[in-house]
Design a protein around this ligand. Structure first.
Ligand SMILES: Cc1cc2nc3c(=O)[nH]c(=O)nc-3n(C[C@H](O)[C@H](O)[C@H](O)COP(=O)(O)OP(=O)(O)OC[C@H]3O[C@@H](n4cnc5c(N)ncnc54)[C@H](O)[C@@H]3O)c2cc1C
Length: 283
């Protein structure tokens, strides 16, 4: 079991990692794509770092983390399950147990489909390697929204799921021959208590499951009962969410969407999480 697991390796996540390690805590930090800051052409408002590109500043942050033996691992966190004193975190099918979790996923760009949230866990899934086995011999749609989708579709067909790949791009050459392909996008998931079909273009395609493989997962879909305000996660001044042991920091907690705020909130979350771990040990 790790002390603190961090979701996202942007400025908030890396700041949290550095501060957790400084407090003597074991850390694992996962990220699945390039962060927001790397896109900034020039940053002038972070104290001590000015007239620099976002990429240059990120490189400095990563260098700092490496110097403290923090290794950012590639992986998308798809689900977090509270277990009383700890959490089971699902990273693309790998399970890690953590005492505390810090969510630092950046601003959420996920726009849920109609029916998606309601049928999550009842046919809607964000991870084929996690839930694929449930649909052996059944029909599943894989919606191509990220580079993982192709691999996940091939995985489903390899375990005996009748997969259909829906993508705006042409049929990928590497897609297994037995996978059906629809050129298009999905606009709705339909079903009363479980997935029955999806709407793609004018068509209604029947299915037992739909794997929605985006780069990001909506905060509320990551952990059941997490309090959100719009697309942001609600936190108090300690960066605690409404779920004890789960923290959030950076753009994901709301405006201003700025580097200095992200770094500060990462620090607060890590220090408070470390303090709580120490308190539990003393008792
Ligand atoms: C073009 C541009 C210019 C900007 N200019 C400035 C500026 O001049 N000054 C300033 O202060 N700010 C600026 N910003 C804003 C700044 O970049 C952000 O405030 C900052 O990056 C927020 O950090 P963060 O760690 O909260 O999120 P992010 O930097 O977005 O990092 C979040 C990370 O989490 C990862 N992630 C998301 N979901 C998951 C998951 N489920 N599993 C694993 N990993 C996940 C993402 O892939 C990403 O790498 C700019 C942003 C942009 C886009």
């Amino acid at each position: 079991m790790v002390d603190i697991l961090i979701v996202g390796a942007g400025p908030a996540g890396l700041s949290a990692a550095i501060n957790a390690v400084t407090r003597g805590k074991s850390v694992r930090i996962f990220s699945n794509q390039e962060n927001y800051l790397s896109k900034a052409e020039r940053v002038d408002n972070h104290l001590g770092f000015y007239n620099m590109s976002g990429r240059e500043i990120m490189n400095k942050f990563i260098e700092h983390a490496k110097a403290m033996n923090i290794r950012v691992e590639e992986g998308k966190v798809v689900n977090i399950l509270p277990m009383g004193e700890s959490f089971m975190v699902n990273i693309n099918g790998e399970i890690e147990e953590a005492k505390k979790v810090i969510l630092a996923m950046g601003v959420s760009k996920v726009k849920e489909l109609p029916g998606e949230g309601r049928l999550l866990g009842s046919g809607v899934s964000y991870c084929a390697t996690c839930d694929g086995m449930l649909y052996r011999g059944k029909n599943a749609i894989v919606w191509d929204q990220s580079k993982e989708a192709l691999h996940e579709a091939n995985y489903l067909s390899s375990i005996g799921v009748n997969a259909t790949f829906v993508s705006k791009k042409p049929r990928p050459e590497e897609l297994n021959d037995n996978i059906k392909y629809i050129n298009g996008t999905i606009s709705e998931v339909i079903g009363d208590n479980k997935v029955e079909s999806v709407v793609t273009g004018e068509k209604n395609v029947s299915a037992d499951a739909v794997f929605i493989l985006r780069d990001a997962v909506a905060p509320a879909a990551l952990i059941e009962g997490l309090k959100t305000e719009g697309n942001f996660i609600a936190v108090n001044r300690n960066m605690e969410t409404n779920i004890e042991g789960i923290y959030a920091s950076g753009d994901i907690t709301g405006k201003p969407l700025q580097l200095s705020k992200a770094v500060s909130e990462g620090l607060i979350a890590a220090q408070h999480a470390a303090l709580q771990i120490d308190k539990t040990k003393e008792n």
